[in-house]
Design a protein around this ligand. Structure first.
Ligand code: F6R
Length: 362
């Protein structure tokens, strides 16, 4: 069942090019239009939305952070992202002009389901993004768009995450297209989306490099992940993955927040993993890195080849694609770093302690 891989997690990391192809299948027409017939029932409401909430737990919540950023950029609809456990006990301001998007691999997460029921009761339009066909969340939503990741066995989510980001991107582009937003923008993105499976295959060829990066973490008690904008969602997910499977304490910070507190933690030998793939702010993150290097940190940087990175310990250049898509690509090395750090520590990667694949109780 593991197809020759040591663990399900590694197998599922390697399945991502296929999972993404499957998730895209039939959803892009003539390289210029998104097709999501699942949304026909609610399409006429798009022009009435005055805000959108993205709601989920854990890794799916990180996919939501990217999704919300992208929807706002492409449609101008103001968005907000909330952990389902907060949303359900908060007093969200919702009515029939609100779009609520719930993301769940299993489609059974208790907090996400309760949040969905609340949004429905308040008359919002409810879209689910789920991986498991016929799951409760998908049955109760007004419309469901499925990720086609196939079964995910390892507790730590990998292919479900990248396909969730893909679906949220397709959804944002579909809403933009329906609202009549400038088509050049999404046509440009589509050109690059089609290349994603190939790009991920190429990144996977560099697996040994990421295994080498994991060595920096072997003896660490803590790891610091930093990024800005879309890269912040990526580092949150990278840090969660590391915590879950290797039990190394990891935190993700908005790079610009470092000097407002967290930099006090940085000392000689601290390990900082930085993601700077968004051209308009990459240099800002890179200058934050220099501040950590000055305090003795070791830095692993993911950035674009035209960025001047200074004296970092390791640098990995991301392919040159539309910045909106970088979250999907950079997820892969971050997953592999977490995976190999856990392996080096002898952890049970597929079944981390204290965690369950599906959290059906609060
Ligand atoms: C982390 C992980 C969890 C889930 C979360 C939500 O690797 O798998 O954080 O993402 O429990 O689960 P779903 O997506 O099934 O609602």
């Amino acid at each position: 069942q593991k197809d020759g891989y040591d663990t399900f997690m590694l197998k599922e990391i390697h399945e991502q090019p296929h999972a993404i192809s499957e998730t895209l299948r039939g959803r892009i027409e003539n390289k210029e239009r998104i097709i999501l017939p699942e949304l026909d029932v609610i399409k006429s409401r798009f022009k009435t939305f005055n805000k959108a909430y993205f709601i989920a737990c854990g890794t799916a919540y990180h996919a939501c952070l990217s999704g919300a950023n992208i929807l706002e950029r492409l449609t101008g609809i103001p968005t907000s992202t909330q952990a389902a456990s907060e949303f359900r006990y908060g007093e969200p301001i919702i009515d029939e002009k609100t779009l609520c998007i719930f993301v769940s691999q299993s489609g059974e997460t208790a907090d996400t389901l309760a949040a969905l029921r609340l949004a429905k009761a308040k008359k919002a339009t409810v879209i689910a993004v789920a991986n498991v066909l016929g799951s409760t969340i998908s049955r109760e939503a007004t419309a469901t768009i499925y990720t086609c990741a196939g079964p995910e066995i390892a507790v730590a989510s990998t292919k479900a995450y990248t396909t969730q980001v893909i679906v949220l991107l397709l959804l944002a582009m579909y809403i933009a297209q329906t609202l009549g937003k400038k088509s050049e923008i999404y046509r440009d993105i589509i050109k690059d989306i089609i290349l994603l499976p190939k790009q991920i295959k190429n990144i996977l060829k560099d697996e040994k490099i990421f295994e080498k990066y994991a060595n920096y973490l072997k003896k660490q008690h803590d790891a610091y992940y930093i990024g800005r904008n879309l890269d912040y969602a990526s580092v949150l997910e990278g840090a969660l993955k590391l915590k879950e499977v290797s039990y190394i304490h990891a935190d993700a910070y908005i790079a610009g927040e470092l000097k407002h507190g967290p930099i006090a933690l940085i000392e000689k030998g601290s390990v900082v993993i930085a993601v700077a793939t968004q051209p308009h702010i990459a240099t800002k993150t890179i200058s934050n890195i220099q501040e950590t290097i000055a305090r003795g940190a070791k830095v692993i940087l993911f950035t674009l080849s035209n960025e001047e990175a200074g004296n970092v310990d390791e640098i990995y250049y991301m392919p040159n694609i539309n910045p909106i898509l970088q979250a999907i690509l950079v997820a892969v090395p971050l997953q592999l770093i977490a995976y190999y750090a856990a392996k080096l520590k002898g952890c049970d990667v597929d079944k981390p302690r204290n965690l369950a694949k599906s959290v059906t109780v609060e």
